[in-house]
Design a protein around this ligand. Structure first.
Ligand code: PHE
Length: 358
């Protein structure tokens, strides 16, 4: 039989010189595999006489255990080395800047709503919401437009089948029902803005059946028309980014406000080009007024104690004016080339401290 001490030295040397897990496994196969050296020696035991077989068998078993243990130990060491190398190589640099130009764009309507929200939020308004499908009561009756009221006809309403409660439903024709939702669910002081979709059956150059509005409502014990004016003047100047933009409050009528006004901003139409600023001409942008006492009462608010103002403004027109978008209908055509051109980079969220539009 071969000199076991020599076999041992050679196998141990092979184990310690294996540089990685694959090489170590090859050593294991050479030593302990089916055709391995120790396995071969074990097979040779059969030819020995019983005494010699017992002795040699014991020595071989010890050798086998020793080699197997040293392979296991080397395996643990090499696995650790391999893991360390992987950890060092797989580094992720979290200080790398984000991709400067993501593919997606924010739609100008969303951008404009976010800008308006940023301005009103800075004045202390909170965002409120209501559903697109509204009941007849909140869209009309609770806003002082009972059934048969002439103002109902002016709105080109989309009527829907009544709900389970028997109440008539409509696609809301304005965001004003959110006034009702707010006043019936929370006590004054109230200071909310409600941006959202609105619907009227109308389609031409300047009207789409779905459009957007933003509603404002303030109710407390002291708010008066002067506050309404100051609020809207500050808003319009911040939104259009024109410090001396003039505003004109023109007496008007809405069933849910008294007194009511329509608000115009200064502009010029010289040379067929519309330009905003102090140029002597006027462009209407919104409706507003002091909340009608009947509207407060219908929503359970004591009109001898509380008062306030409301306003409602379209979003598309200011967006077109601010961003030079000539055709209203393109807003809703879902044309990716248009969105690429007029859209906004998603990572520059509008805020007053850093700028409304990046
Ligand atoms: N809801 C009105 C409209 O859609 C706008 C408005 C809102 C007017 C609030 C006054 C007060 O035209």
């Amino acid at each position: 039989m071969e000199d076991l001490a020599k076999v041992r030295d050679e196998l141990m040397a092979a184990v310690s010189s294996a540089g990685d897990l694959a090489a170590l496994d090859a050593v294991r196969v050479q030593a302990l595999g089916k055709k391995g050296r120790i396995t071969g020696l074990m097979k040779g035991l059969g030819g020995l006489d019983p005494d010699a077989r017992r002795q040699a068998g014991q020595a071989l078993n010890e050798l086998k255990d020793e080699v197997a243990a040293s392979i296991e130990a080397a395996k643990t060491d090499l696995a650790k080395v391999a893991m360390d190398a992987k950890l060092a190589a797989d580094r992720l640099d979290v200080t790398l800047p984000v991709r400067p130009s993501p593919e997606g764009r924010i739609h100008p309507i969303t951008q404009t709503m976010d800008e308006m929200i940023a301005i009103f939020a800075d004045m202390g308004f909170v965002v409120a919401e209501g559903p697109d499908i509204e009941d007849d009561h909140k869209n009309f009756t609770a806003l002082n437009m009972p059934p048969g009221h002439p103002a109902r006809q002016m709105q080109d309403t989309f009527y829907l089948p009544p709900g389970a409660d028997g109440l008539g439903n409509v696609l809301r024709t304005h965001t004003s029902p959110v006034q009702v939702r707010t006043m019936t669910s929370q006590a004054p002081p109230i200071r909310i803005i409600a941006p959202g979709r609105t619907f009227r059956s109308d389609y031409d150059m300047t009207h789409t059946p779905m459009f957007h509005q933003i509603e404002g409502l303030v109710v407390d014990e002291t708010t008066h028309m002067g506050h309404l004016k100051g609020c809207l003047i500050d808003f319009a100047r911040a939104f259009f980014e024109i410090d001396d933009l003039p505003l004109r409050f023109r007496p008007s009528f809405f069933p849910f406000t008294e007194p009511s006004a329509e608000v115009d901003i200064g502009c010029s139409r010289a040379g067929g080009e519309l330009k905003l600023g102090n140029y002597g001409d006027w462009l209407e942008i919104l409706g507003c007024g002091m909340v009608h006492p009947k509207v407060l009462e219908m929503s359970g608010i004591d009109s001898s104690k509380y008062q306030g103002f409301a306003f409602g403004m379209g979003i598309e027109r200011p967006a077109m004016l601010k961003y030079g978008i000539p055709d209203l209908r393109t807003f809703f055509e879902a044309d990716l080339r248009w969105l690429k051109h007029y859209g906004f980079v998603p990572l520059s969220v509008p805020n007053l401290a850093q700028g409304l539009n990046g």
